[in-house]
Design a protein around this ligand. Structure first.
Ligand code: SF4
Ligand code: SF4
Length: 148
């Protein structure tokens, strides 16, 4: 009997993924591109419906991916080494899910084979956000969601 091979994200830990595999884990939600406010008293991080000026809101894609950390110093390049210590990634982030030993959702492109499914199911920021170039003070844009 031939045993079916496990997909790569189940077959090896995050630290063993090559760069192409690592990049493919991203579901394209762009939730990490929303601006967030941290309460200095309790450390909570509150999400807003405002996104980075470089995000293509329609496609949920970064407009300067290769230079993102230069253009936006707060834009952290996610790695296996810093993943566990970053506290502003959304709970639905695929990297967080895999790190916690949880499965990827059915709408993830690696599962369903369709990069648009995440948007069709309303799991990305598509249609829910505005650019920081058009926003008021962030306090007026809180979504009520606490990230951590
Ligand atoms: S939150 Fe995670 S899965 Fe979503 S776009 Fe950012 S890195 Fe990718
Ligand atoms: S620079 Fe790109 S990846 Fe970074 S927050 Fe802005 S849109 Fe998102």
């Amino acid at each position: 009997m031939i045993k079916k091979a496990e997909p790569f994200w189940l077959d090896k830990p995050l630290k063993e993924l090559n760069s192409k595999e690592w990049e493919s884990i991203c579901d394209g939600c762009a939730k990490c591109c929303t601006l967030k406010l941290e309460d200095m008293d309790d450390g909570n991080i509150y999400d807003t419906n405002v996104v980075c000026r470089f995000l293509d809101i329609e496609r949920c894609q970064c407009g300067c991916y290769q230079e993102r950390s230069i253009n936006v110093p707060d834009c952290i390049t996610l790695t296996n080494e810093n993943l566990a210590s970053i506290n502003f990634m959304p709970p639905s982030c695929s990297y967080r899910l895999l790190l916690a030993g949880k499965p990827l959702p059915k709408w993830h492109h690696l599962i369903c084979g369709d990069y648009e499914q995440i948007h069709a199911e309303g799991k990305s920021v598509q249609g829910k956000v505005i650019s920081e170039t058009e926003a008021d003070d962030l306090e007026y844009h809180l979504t009520g969601e606490i990230i951590n």
